[in-house]
Design a protein around this ligand. Structure first.
Ligand SMILES: [Cu+2]
Ligand SMILES: [Zn+2]
Length: 173
């Protein structure tokens, strides 16, 4: 019995070592669920490599045109209007704005365009996020990904006046 337990521990340690050795790549995939009586759905992938997180989202069921997408404070998508996800994720206590400008929230990804068929995609990379590093100013785990009905004007505080929440995903492993 004792031998079996030791073997299990050793095997677990080996698996962990292999995972760490494979270039330190860290990945999470989340599914966007429709909110506010819409048909918006999709998936998003976050991949961390070499201190940079690359985010890509693919969505369908949108109204054609520009839509805002942000990371919000909580991974809670339970409310029909996704209000349960809270406000924009803002661990550094900045004003809402356009990413890369003087002030912006860590969740201010920005806008993307949905085509005439309602399909949209966005890709974004940053070294200001991490996946599970535990640094509260960088860690996206436990936050919520929100797609909006409208466009972020990058000016209105603290929301960008992006309108209702049409899709939501909890960023949880
Ligand atoms: Cu938002
Ligand atoms: Zn914001």
């Amino acid at each position: 019995m004792k031998k079996i337990i030791i073997l299990t521990i050793l095997t677990g340690a080996t698996i962990f070592a292999c995972k760490t050795a494979s270039g330190g790549k860290n990945e999470i995939v989340v599914m966007l669920q429709p909110k506010s009586d819409t048909q918006v759905s999709g998936s998003a992938t976050f991949v961390e490599k070499g201190g940079v997180v690359t985010f890509e989202a693919n969505m369908k069921g949108l109204t054609p045109g520009e839509h805002a997408i942000h990371i919000h404070e909580k991974a809670d998508c339970s409310a029909p209007d996704a209000s349960s996800a809270g406000g924009h994720w803002n661990p550094t206590f900045k004003k809402h704005g356009k990413w890369g400008s003087a002030e912006y929230h860590k969740g201010d990804i920005g806008n993307f365009t949905a085509d005439a068929n309602g399909n949209g995609t966005i890709k974004f990379s940053t070294n200001e996020w991490c996946i599970g590093c535990g640094d509260a100013t960088k860690d996206i785990i436990g936050k919520g990904l929100i797609v909006h009905k409208g466009t972020d004007d990058f000016t209105t505080q603290p929301t960008g006046n992006a309108g209702g929440r049409v899709a939501c995903a909890g960023i949880i492993k």
